[in-house]
Design a protein around this ligand. Structure first.
Ligand code: PAF
Length: 280
C-alpha cells in the first residue's frame, strides 16, 4: 500500500492505471475509520482492480461553530486498518494542497442541499460537493462508495455526478450498525458511556417507525410524533433538530408514507450531533 499526498502525483498515477485497463474503486473519507468505512472498502475491493481511500478532514464542509478542530484524527490507526483490508493507495493531502492560495471555485447542488441537514448546516453540502468533485478529478474512479447513513450527502453527490457528467458510478451502501443498533459514525467517539446509552433511543425510534409503517400506518405525522416521543426519553438528549419523512429521490417531505420513503433524524446527545435514517 502506498500513501500519496500530492494531488498531481495521484492524478498522474490513476490516469496511467486506467490506461492499463484497471478499474478504480474509491472510498472518500475523513478518516477515523470504523466498520462502516471498512464495509465500503470491502465493496470496492470486490468490484474493482484498484482501491483508493482518501483521508482528508475537509474544513470547508464544517460551519464556524462546528467540530472541525476536534474531529477525531489518527492517521497511523487508519493506515494500519487500510493495510489490513489490502487497500492499494491512500490519498492523504494537506489543506494547502487541496485549497491553495486563491482557491475560489465551488460546486453547489441547489435543491437537494435544502431541508434536513441543509437547514441546520448552511454551506455544508457546498463544501461536500466541492471536495468530492475535486477528489473525483484527482482519483478518477470508475466506482465511488458512500454510506447511506449520510443519505442527503449521497443524493447530493449522485445529482452532482449526473449534472456535471462525471464518469463515475456512485454506489450507496447500507448503514452499518453496532450490535445494539447504533449507526456507526466517527463522531460516536465523542459520546460518554452514558450518552451512548441515550443515543440508542435514536435507532429504537427508527425501528419502531418502520414497524408502524409495516403495520399499515401511512400518516407521516403519527409516525414522526412517535419517533419524537421515543427519542425524548433519552436522558442526555439536548435537542432534536429534525425528524422528517421524505421522498427518497426529491428529499421533500411526504403527505402519505410509501415504500422507499426515508425517515431521517438529527439529534444532539450532549454536545454530539448524530444523524440516522431508515428506509421504509
Ligand atoms: O462522508 C464523509 O466522510 C465526507 O463528507 C466526505 C464524503 C469524505 C467528503 O469530505
Amino acid at each position: 500500500m502506498e500513501v500519496i499526498t500530492n494531488p498531481r502525483q495521484m492524478q498522474t498515477l490513476m490516469l496511467s492505471l486506467k490506461r492499463q485497463g484497471k478499474k478504480i474503486g474509491f472510498v472518500p473519507t475523513m478518516g477515523y475509520l470504523h466498520e462502516g468505512h471498512l464495509s465500503l472498502i470491502r465493496c470496492s475491493k470486490k468490484e474493482n482492480n484498484i482501491t483508493v481511500v482518501s483521508i482528508f478532514v475537509n474544513p470547508i464542509q464544517f460551519g464556524a461553530n462546528e467540530d472541525f478542530g476536534r474531529y477525531p484524527r489518527d492517521f497511523e490507526r487508519d493506515k494500519s486498518l487500510c493495510e489490513k483490508e489490502n487497500v492499494d493507495y491512500i490519498f492523504y493531502p494537506s489543506y494547502e494542497e487541496m485549497y491553495p492560495d486563491g482557491f475560489q471555485t465551488y460546486v453547489e447542488v441547489s435543491e437537494l442541499s435544502k431541508g434536513l441537514c441543509g437547514d441546520f448546516r448552511p454551506g455544508h453540502f457546498k463544501g461536500v460537493a466541492t471536495v468530492v468533485a475535486k477528489l473525483f478529478n484527482i482519483v478518477c474512479p470508475d466506482n465511488a462508495y458512500f454510506g447511506k447513513k449520510d443519505f442527503q450527502q449521497l443524493k447530493v453527490i449522485q445529482r452532482m455526478v449526473k449534472d456535471l457528467n462525471f464518469p463515475v458510478n456512485v454506489v450507496g451502501c447500507p448503514v452499518v450498525r453496532e450490535p445494539d443498533g447504533l449507526a456507526m459514525s466517527s463522531r460516536n467517539k465523542y459520546l460518554s458511556t452514558e450518552e451512548r446509552e441515550s443515543a440508542l433511543y435514536i435507532n429504537k425510534a427508527l425501528f419502531e417507525a418502520k414497524r408502524m409503517f409495516e403495520d399499515g400506518i401511512t400518516d407521516p405525522n403519527l409516525i414522526k410524533e412517535r419517533v419524537r416521543q421515543i427519542i425524548s426519553q433519552a436522558k442526555h438528549l439536548k435537542e432534536i433538530q429534525y425528524v422528517e419523512i421524505v421522498d427518497s429521490n426529491t428529499l421533500k417531505p411526504v403527505d402519505k408514507v410509501k415504500k422507499s420513503d426515508v425517515l431521517a433524524v438529527a439529534v444532539y446527545i450532549g454536545n454530539t450531533r448524530l444523524i440516522d435514517n431508515i428506509e421504509f
